[in-house]
Design a protein around this ligand. Sequence first.
Ligand code: SAM
Length: 299
Amino acid sequence: MSDMDAHNMEMVGMETNTEPRSGVLYIVATPIGNLEDMTFRAVRILGEVAVIAAEDTRHSRKLLTHFGISTPLTSCFAHNEMQKREQLVERLLKGDDIALISDAGTPAICDPGSMLVQLCVEKGVRVVPVPGASAVIAGLSAAGLPTDMFTFVGFVPAKKSERVAFLQRWGTLEHTLVAYEAPHRLLASLEDISTHLGEKRELVVARELTKVHEELFRGEAAQAHAYFSTQRVKGEIVLLLRAQPKPEVRESVEETLLRLLKAGDQSLRQVSKEVALIHPISGSEAYSRALELQREPKD
Ligand code: SAM
């Protein structure tokens, strides 16, 4: 076989193996208030795709018109995402590029989109993020709380009993907690935070980010409650809690050891481990101090 034949065979082989290129799903972030936060890339991609799947087509049409984008829109919102994703993936598999947008911020973050993305991943459709604004990150970045680690928990539950359980579960983390909150429930949440996590719990209420009435309230839970009680709370809110302060150690190592040993429900090794969590000593050091204590004659 000549080199040329081999080359031709390779070409033929390539052609027969080539499946039609499937389209790309772009997850495009849009502004959370300030239109200047739209990225150049978002504008270009929204203008280039075959169709834009939007949470609310009427709402998004205004944004697109502002940027001179006339790409056709189709709806994809919380209650039709499961059926709609099948149609969208079918189009993607036929080769159409599609962009997904939500009413504001990053799609799929407390917004429709994650089920569509999951189906794309299952079917081998490429998913490309086009990042931009997201309230959770905007709030966190300006709050002034530690950002090296944080937990985002979506919306604070509306029902009181669920909210209290939620605060008890998430309010004791050792890093920053970030949540979305509705303006008409802010006071109730601040009250529950004061009651269940302490009046002095430090928090940030990041309201109307990037908009004209942007406000970042930083203070303690009771202060926040007093401040927001004097007004009708309006706008969109990200609520952030500073990590629960570690309880002050008032006991000496010996006192903690004696207290835990007296309780009698843990082995010496377990007690030593717990002491090492509370005091700045190692577990083995705590263990030998516990042995010493046990050897000491009791009066
Ligand atoms: N996917 C969006 C994102 O990435 O920002 C979040 C959508 S979620 C349905 C909407 C919630 O985000 C609002 O109820 C509010 O808690 C928060 N939010 C959105 N825009 C905001 C803003 N400009 N300032 C403060 N919070 C905002």
